[in-house]
Design a protein. Structure first.
Ligand code: NOJ
Ligand code: CA
Length: 601
């Protein structure tokens, strides 16, 4: 502990001067906006933009717990990732995002960190991490890690100290308040059910936790907290990681005085939590102190940030983050845990809005799933045996041809599906457990209604183990998997798909290769050419003289599709059905159900 205290207070002075520098630098940056130049991209092509490796990257998210278990304890591990690097290399991805691998009591599967300098023992050792790093680099790939610093675990040494007394040196590392009339200090709800405040018996005060009560929020107003985070970042960057996915990063700046949420904001508190007054100051400071000294890629998980607000985070002139995860698309058919409907024009409008935001002011991400959302094919496609593969290929085409860095969630390259949950006991997730208590046990929502919705919306859908082959447990483990393997592993698994030329996996490979070699599909301007069409998503990607057309049939019927005026086919580049596509000069297309094609115009 002594060391911890010395380290943080000694850095106070350097923090002050760094902050002053950061302010001066950001003023300078705003004074004159350099014009966009032609630069060479990674493959040596000229592009009308600022080229960057992280714009050209295709990222693959590994949720380590569910990826590959090498020691039979039922939990995936770092050695399991190292073992599968050749699989990822063959797929064509070049950056891996690793969900948290740090020491954790695992209340929220590692998003509750006890020690940022240690590897979670279930996942292996620091030596395993170092070996993974070496093997990643050997293959010319990069690794980015999860930076979870809105909160820690309550078992983190800082919180263990903080809760001891009101005058503990670490008290101000967290957010403590007196109660109000014997209750919580304000009406903030926790995302995992109940109040976002918990009273601690040692001092009688309450601490803030936006997530589980075992995930207390850090107090970013305290410069020592910020310096401690920067030290953690340097530690991992010095180990060779190439950047960070930053967990709920806009939430780090809290609302001054922590007033009650207005009633209208209670159901969507993220829009208040994400808009604290100091967020941009903190990110600029972080950039100046740490990120600007390394060649990094940064992606902020921006729950509660609108595409309009996103520009401020990603505008390169502001020196904050490279890109954000915007949730308007993956949550467009959600009302909290409830599933609602969506339409294709709504999806298209959302893409257009996201592209208009950071697409014009920085850079975007493209993703259809992650460890917090249902499986892409079950969500936006059709996971029935008849259409699963065709719709997974169609979605892959859409996901990988946006003006954004694509993030593939593990297993989506196989078209893995949602899990057939039956009872509440089938779920592991802390979110489901909390909501069950809060909503069902309390009698507010009937059990069947709740289950029927979360069967489609639950995070556990994406967290079931990777399906490697048709052996027991899909080849994920020789032991008992921590979460049941989806029984469809017999039909849907990597080994089978690697053999089969027309598989979802092999289509992903072709698509990734095409994207990597085609600058307009990375940097080109995006234009939806038929926004109101309820069945077909058709858009162009234009870079200088080069123009590409992507056409996707989102229906289960064959369709004749007349191209809008002025759009004439030159050549087919890739087709999801292995079909021939339209001939040169065609202005009308015959689309098969869920067919997706990429044409040069
Ligand atoms: C977002 C993460 O993706 C999610 O899994 C986690 O529960 C919360 N942040 C809290 O860290
Ligand atoms: Ca293991």
């Amino acid at each position: 502990m002594d060391n911890l205290i010395k380290k943080t207070s000694a850095s106070r002075l350097s923090w002050l001067s760094a902050t002053l520098m950061a302010v001066m630098l950001s003023q300078q940056a705003f004074a004159s906006e350099p014009e966009k130049t032609m630069t060479k991209n990674m493959a040596g092509h000229s592009v009308h933009d600022e080229a960057a490796w992280w714009k050209e990257a295709v990222v693959y998210q590994v949720y380590p717990r569910s990826f590959n278990d090498t020691n039979g304890d039922g939990v995936g591990d770092l050695n399991g990732i190292t073992e599968k690097l050749d699989y990822l290399k063959t797929l064509g991805v070049n950056v891996i995002w690793l969900s948290p691998h740090f020491d954790s009591p695992n209340v929220d599967n590692g998003y509750d960190i006890r020690d940022y300098h240690k590897v979670m023992k279930e996942f292996g050792t620091m030596a395993d991490f170092d070996r993974l790093m070496v093997e990643v680099k050997k293959r010319n790939m990069r690794l980015i890690i999860d930076l979870v610093v809105n909160h820690t675990s309550d078992e983190h040494q800082w919180f263990v100290e903080s809760r001891k007394s009101k005058d503990n040196l670490y008290r101000d590392f967290y957010i403590w308040r007196d109660g109000r009339n014997g209750k919580a200090p304000n009406n903030y709800p926790s995302f995992f059910g109940g109040s976002a405040w918990k009273q601690d018996p040692q001092t009688g005060q309450y601490y803030l936790h936006y997530f589980a009560s075992k995930q207390p929020d850090l107090n970013w107003e305290n410069p020592k907290v910020r310096q401690a985070v920067y030290d953690i970042m340097r530690f991992w960057l010095d180990k060779g990681v190439s950047g960070f996915r930053m967990d709920v990063i806009p939430f780090i700046s809290k609302q001054p005085g922590l007033p009650d949420l207005p009633a209208a904001a209670l159901a969507r508190p993220e829009y208040v939590f994400a808009n604290g007054p100091h967020i941009h100051q903190y990110l600029q400071e972080m950039n100046h102190e740490v990120l600007s000294h390394y060649d990094t890629m940064t992606v902020g998980e921006a729950f509660g940030v609108t595409p309009e607000q996103a520009k401020k985070f990603t505008d390169p002139q502001r020196h904050e983050l490279n890109m954000l995860f915007n949730f308007d698309l993956v949550r467009m058919d959600r009302d909290g845990w409830r599933k609602t409907d969506w339409t294709l024009p709504q999806l298209k409008a959302t893409y257009a809005k996201i592209d208009k935001g950071s697409g014009e002011n920085g850079w975007n991400t493209s993703f259809l799933s992650n460890h917090d959302n249902p499986r892409a094919v079950s969500h936006f496609g059709d996971d029935s045996p008849r259409w699963r593969e065709a719709s997974a290929r169609a979605l892959a085409t859409m996901m990988l041809t946006q003006r954004a860095t694509p993030f593939i969630y593990q297993g989506d390259e196989l078209g893995m599906t949602n899990y057939p949950f039956k009872r509440v006991e089938d779920f592991e997730d802390v979110e489901i457990r909390g909501q069950w208590q809060d909503l069902v046990v309390s009698g507010k929502v009937p059990a069947q209604e709740y289950l029927q919705n979360v069967r489609q919306t639950s995070r556990d859908n994406a967290r079931t183990p990777m399906q490697w082959n048709s052996e027991a447990n899909g080849g994920f483990t020789t032991g008992k998997p921590w979460l049941a393997v989806n029984p469809d592993y017999v039909q849907i698994n990597a080994a089978a798909q690697q053999q089969e030329p027309g598989s979802v996996y092999n289509y992903y490979r072709r698509l990734i290769a095409l994207r990597s070699q085609t600058p307009p599909l990375i940097y080109g301007k995006f234009k939806d050419i038929d926004p109101a069409n309820e069945k077909v998503f058709a858009y162009t990607r234009t870079l200088g003289e080069q123009r590409y057309l992507v056409v996707i049939n989102f229906s289960e019927q064959p369709l004749k599709y007349s191209l809008p005026q002025g759009i004439v086919i030159n050549a087919l580049v890739l087709d999801s059905g292995g079909g021939h596509g339209a001939e040169e000069g065609a202005t009308q297309l015959d689309l098969q159900p869920w067919q997706a094609s990429i044409y040069r115009l």
